[in-house]
Design a binder for this molecule. Structure first.
Ligand code: PAP
Length: 337
């Protein structure tokens, strides 16, 4: 029998080796990140160009760890999106569908009424960045990512897990993003103006973008493997919420039974996750996300929740220009807004 002291020293050595590997990896990642092209136009967010996409510098260590260390399971669900495209909404809907037996959507104690959707479905980069190991999370796991399809770990692409993608009409996405970045800018800094933000979007220089490349990556893959990737649009979910909740549940292999349909389960999920309910919920009104140097409140994820708000901000000329860019970039793909 191996004496306890040996086990201890072996464990100590193993832990030390892992620590050394972590240190080496983080040193290597730090070196890589600092060598990437940088853009400071989105201050307070600094973005760097990595493998064809602009990524917030703060998220890059998490992305690299995700790409190298994540071990997918066939039961995993990944919610993927460009920022400001309906991520928070999709998180609520997926959580409500997946856990509807443990947490009936009509319950006044439903977790979504007290916890922020970004806490019930964590952003995978952020978990790594906060020192947590998603590989240790119990099943069923739901994670989210803003990473482009092209940047996902190969193991995830070839696994049987499910990916749900949501994107949004580009002009509304730009306006939502501009409001968000203004809200997170500390009072001591001048917030970015719309003209500059718009120009950078037109040039494909935006967090996790170019947005069209992001959309195209998931769009093409959703055709190749419809049972692996479900492609949703914010406007379609808004127009037909019941149908899209049924579609989402079916895709996840958790279609509603006749009994659930008769009981009004789908309607209850839609109501629970509606903008109005979520905006007023306890966990969404207070607190912030704890990012250093940025003021990201929980409430900032629930601004207006409307389709077509861009009309209040963009001139006809700006709208035409962005529409033209997307038409050209998406031409021939079958994707349009
Ligand atoms: P994220 O990428 O930072 O997580 P994301 O949730 O994708 O943000 O986008 C936020 C937008 O979704 C906001 O749009 P707005 O600025 O035009 O208002 C937000 O209001 C909207 N949103 C959040 N929750 C819901 C919901 N339950 N229903 C509809 N829209 C929602």
């Amino acid at each position: 029998m191996i004496p306890n002291t040996s086990i201890l020293s072996y464990n100590h050595m193993a832990a030390q080796t892992m620590q050394d590997q972590d240190d080496n990896e983080s040193h290597h990642h730090h070196h890589l990140i600092s060598s990437l092209p940088v853009h400071d136009g989105w201050s307070p967010v600094r973005i760097r160009y990595y493998q064809g996409f602009w990524y917030p510098e703060i998220h890059l260590p998490g992305l690299l760890a995700f790409r190298h260390r994540f071990i997918p399971r066939p039961t995993d669900v990944f919610l993927c999106s460009p920022p400001k495209s309906g991520t928070t909404w999709l998180k609520s809907l997926t959580f409500a569908i997946l856990f509807r037996h443990a947490h009936p959507p009509s319950s006044p104690h439903h977790p979504l009424l007290s916890l922020h959707p970004h806490d019930v479905v964590p952003l995978i980069d952020e978990l790594y960045w906060k020192g947590q190991d998603p590989n240790l999370h119990p099943n069923p796991r739901i994670f989210s990512t803003h990473a482009a399809y092209q940047l996902l770990p190969q193991t995830l692409k070839t696994s049987d897990c499910k990916l749900v993608y949501i994107c949004r009409e580009p002009k509304d996405t730009v306006i939502s993003g501009w409001h968000y970045i203004k809200a997170m800018t500390p009072k001591s800094m001048e917030p970015i103006n719309l003209t500059n933000a718009f120009e950078m979007h037109c040039n494909g220089v935006s967090s996790f973008g170019p947005m069209w490349e992001h959309q195209l990556g998931y769009w093409k893959e959703s055709f190749k493997r419809p049972s692996k990737i479900l492609f949703l649009k914010y406007e379609e979910v808004m127009r037909e919420p019941l149908e899209n909740v049924r579609r989402l549940a079916e895709f996840l292999g958790l279609g509603f039974s006749e009994e659930e349909e008769e009981e009004g389960m789908v309607e209850e999920i839609v109501r629970l996750c509606s903008f109005e309910t979520m905006k007023e919920a306890e966990g969404n009104r207070k607190g912030d996300r704890g990012y250093k140097g940025m003021e990201i409140t929980n409430a900032s994820f629930f601004r207006k929740g409307k389709v077509g708000d861009w009309e209040n901000y963009l001139s006809g000329e700006m709208a035409k220009r962005l529409d033209g860019i997307f038409e050209e970039k998406l031409w021939g793909s079958g994707l349009s807004f």
